[in-house]
Structure formats: structure tokens, C-alpha cells
Design a binder for this molecule. Structure first.
Ligand code: SAH
Ligand code: TMP
Ligand code: ZN
Length: 405
């Protein structure tokens, strides 16, 4: 029997999505035969409420010198992280020579805002190709996995940090207690921890099951974050919902009794209880909703194909790997997926092996329908693709509802 990564309680999966590949493992033809798969099962821990994968691939299989996700591909996210950085800057403004540490800093999308102001910063980013983009821009970045041993080395070299920040990476790390211990070693007595990650509440409310893929070993809530951090003397003092990635939560933590707890924490914790995040039945309902969403999406795709219409996937997001492989979308349904990331282009999508092509291909020869895998970038994408609609093209969107527009 498996046990919870946070509290050690026995856990049982409430759903299996079947065999899944590495979500960002875009692949060449000659590598098809060696492609790695694992069974993607998800459990809810009844003791600490952490929702988690039962099995996860080794970290080096996902995060390495060929990592395919470059944060800077979205302009909207650039602006989002500028605002995130501004908030942190105002929080540490009273410090003399403040020091900010970010893990999962990727191509430097967040830290460039500190670098530009001459604020002491350090990015910790194990995927060497994305880290190199930041390093070339003069953003201090080390290519390591963060854990408590690394935290000790950083303190020896740079001293304690005033802010520990992260986005879309805390939920990737199964050795979560070592991360919190690392933060404890690293952080000043009155330092702050701020990170944002896909939110369990949004996943349940919108059935965005595509937030579940190999990298996302956890789906956090205020309940589970408080539980994990309180074991190490930290408290959640604020939480603010974000629209990014289809619904995220930004968590603010500090050492006990160093800051006032905001009303948000109480209100959101209460809301989590109301939507049933502590109840097993909620997860069984979620499982049914996933199944229904799959049937509905495939119904639309197949009826469009039966009319002889062409469909193209728009944006080869990590999330789309779950949708494609769970629903059974193949190259019989989609001609190709277009994406602006050079490292993905000319390769094939993980698992289903649908060709990935540059974005120009889409504009050169519009399909009848575009299946919007990048729904979290809907505004940005619709904004630049107005001509597609003007030429009679239609979008198939599946979040928050399955719609054709
Ligand atoms: N923060 C960026 C990138 C998120 S992708 C954004 O929100 O857009 C997650 C990143 O975390 C990847 O670049 C991956 O290489 C990195 N990562 C994974 N495990 C890590 C660990 N243990 N320590 C630091 N970074 C890690
Ligand atoms: P994400 O959903 O994980 O942020 O991944 C975004 C992916 O979408 C990335 O591969 C780049 C791609 N993309 C496009 O192809 N066109 C766009 O206009 C945007 C914003 C993203
Ligand atoms: Zn638990």
C-alpha cells in the first residue's frame, strides 16, 4: 500500500488516467520505441488533504537539458510575473541589500525584474537549456535541484534570504519536507515565502483534469499547504486566487507569529470545506466528471471529422498531454499541433505522436477547426488569431465548458 508523501497516511487512488508519457517529452520518430510510460493514478489523503500522484517518473527524466517548457513564450505571463515581482519588491523594500531566491526560475521570466533593479537574487533551475537563457541575460542562476543540502550551501555563500519565491514548481517536488526544511535554513527570521501553483479548488470546480500530469505530483489547497508547513513552524498568512494556468492560488507563508493572518485565509479555507475537498465523494464525483468531459470532447471531435473537416491542435501545452492521451486523440483527429516553441517543432507529441509544427503552418493554411489546448492563453491567442475567425475558422474550447466559437 502507498502512503501519503506529506503525512504518511495510507492512500488509495480514486482515478487512473491510464498509461501516460512524460508531458513535456516531445519526441523524434527514432525514439518512439523507447518512449517511457507510467500509469497515472491519483489519490486524496484523508488525513492532510493532499491530492497526489501515486507514481511519478524520476526527476531527471522530466527536468534536464532538453526541457521543452520555456516560460517566456507567453507575453501575458511576462506581465504577470512582473506584477508578482513588484509585490515582492515592495515587501522587502525596508531591507538593506535584500536577497531573493527563486526555485524553478526557468528562463528568468520572474527574476529579470529583480536583476533590472540591481536587487540581489538567485535562481535555482536544474533544466540546463532553459537556465542558459537566464544566464545569458545576466540573471544569477545555478543549475541544481533545490533541497535542504543546497539551502545550506547558499546560506554559506550568500547569507539568508528575505524572500523565497516560486511559481509552478513547488507542486512538482515529491520530497516536499526537504524543500520546507531547505526554506527554513535559507530564510531570515522575518522572511516571506510566496509561491503560486495550480489550485485544487479550480480543478474540482472546472474539471480541469489536465492539470494532472507527471510533473504535478501534488494538487495543493490551503488545507494541505497549511498542514505541510505548520509541521515546520510556518503559517499561511494570506492566499490570493490567480487566473493563470486555468486557476491557480498564490500562497504567502511566514514563521509563526511574525505576521497577521488575513481574512482571505479564513474565507478560502471555509470555501474549500464547502466544495468538499475533505470528502471522498467529491473525488468520486470528479472522476465521473472527467469521464463525462472526455466523452463529450471526443463526441465533438468525431462529429467534426465525420463531416470531413480538418482540425489542428493549437499550442502543445504540457496539459494537452493528459487530454490527448486520456481521451484517445490521435493523428486521425488532428492534422498537427502548432506551437511557437522551437524545441517542440518538428517533433511529435508525447504518447500519441501527433506532429508538432511551427505556428506559421497554421497561418499559411487555416484548418476548419482549431482545438485550443492553450486555453490558459486564450486572450493572447484569440487576439493574434482574429483572421482565423474572419476566414470562417472555428475554435473548439473545452474549459470552462465545451464550446465551439
Ligand atoms: N516558474 C516558471 C517555470 C515553471 S516550470 C513558470 O512559472 O513559468 C517548472 C520549472 O521548475 C522547470 O523549469 C524545472 O526545471 C524546475 N524544477 C523542477 N524541480 C525543481 C527543483 N527541485 N528545484 C528547482 N527547480 C526545479
Ligand atoms: P503552458 O500552457 O504550459 O503555459 O504552455 C504554453 C505553450 O503554448 C507553449 O508550448 C507555447 C505555446 N503557445 C503558442 O504556441 N502560442 C501562443 O500564442 C502562446 C501564448 C503559447
Ligand atoms: Zn497525507
Amino acid at each position: 500500500m502507498k502512503t501519503c508523501l506529506i503525512c504518511g497516511n495510507p492512500i488509495d487512488p480514486f482515478i487512473s488516467f491510464g498509461k501516460m508519457p512524460i508531458a513535456n517529452g516531445f519526441i523524434r520518430k527514432e525514439e518512439f520505441a523507447r518512449e517511457y510510460f507510467f500509469e497515472m493514478k491519483v489519490a486524496h489523503c484523508s488525513q492532510c488533504n493532499m491530492v497526489q500522484l501515486i507514481d511519478q517518473p524520476e526527476r531527471e527524466q522530466m527536468f534536464n537539458e532538453n526541457y521543452a517548457f520555456f516560460s517566456g513564450t507567453s507575453k501575458f505571463m511576462g506581465q504577470h510575473f512582473k506584477e508578482f515581482a513588484d509585490e515582492i519588491k515592495s515587501n522587502i523594500a525596508n531591507k538593506k541589500d535584500p536577497f531573493v531566491v527563486e526555485i524553478g526560475s526557468n528562463d528568468g521570466i520572474m527574476l529579470r525584474n529583480f536583476k533590472n533593479d540591481g536587487i540581489r537574487h538567485l535562481g535555482i533551475e536544474p533544466s540546463k537549456n532553459v537556465a542558459l537563457v537566464a544566464q545569458k541575460d545576466g540573471i544569477n542562476t545555478i543549475t541544481e535541484f533545490f533541497d535542504k543540502e543546497l539551502a545550506r550551501k547558499i546560506v554559506e555563500k550568500e547569507g539568508h534570504a528575505d524572500a523565497f519565491i516560486a511559481a509552478n514548481v513547488m507542486c512538482h517536488i515529491p520530497y516536499f519536507h526537504s524543500i520546507i526544511e531547505g526554506i527554513d535554513i535559507l530564510l531570515n527570521e522575518d522572511g516571506i515565502i510566496v509561491f503560486e501553483e495550480p489550485y485544487l479548488g479550480s480543478v474540482l470546480e472546472k474539471t480541469t483534469y489536465d492539470q494532472i500530469y507527471d510533473e504535478h505530483v501534488f494538487l495543493f489547497s490551503l488545507h494541505s499547504i497549511s498542514y505541510a508547513f505548520e509541521k515546520h513552524g510556518f503559517v499561511l498568512f494570506d492566499a490570493v486566487q490567480q487566473e493563470t494556468h486555468g486557476g491557480s492560488m498564490r500562497y504567502y507563508l511566514c514563521r509563526k507569529n511574525t505576521r497577521e493572518i488575513s481574512d482571505n485565509v479564513l474565507a478560502l479555507t471555509k470555501h474549500e470545506k464547502e466544495i468538499g475537498i475533505e470528502r471522498e465523494q467529491t473525488y468520486l464525483n470528479f472522476r465521473d466528471h472527467c469521464e463525462q468531459a472526455k466523452v463529450k470532447l471526443m463526441g465533438i471531435i468525431e462529429s467534426v471529422r465525420a463531416q470531413g473537416k480538418r482540425i489542428v491542435g493549437y499550442a502543445a501545452t504540457s496539459k494537452s498531454t493528459t487530454i490527448i492521451n486520456y481521451c484517445g486523440i490521435t493523428d486521425q483527429h488532428l492534422d498537427y499541433i502548432c506551437d511557437t516553441t522551437p524545441i517542440k517543432q518538428g517533433k511529435f507529441s508525447p504518447g500519441a505522436h501527433i506532429p508538432v509544427k511551427p505556428h506559421d503552418e497554421f497561418q499559411k493554411n487555416y484548418p476548419d477547426y482549431a482545438l485550443l489546448f492553450g486555453y490558459n492563453h486564450e486572450k493572447e491567442i484569440m487576439g493574434k488569431e482574429q483572421k482565423f475567425g474572419e476566414n470562417g475558422g472555428k475554435w473548439i474550447v473545452y474549459v470552462p465548458e465545451i464550446t465551439i466559437k
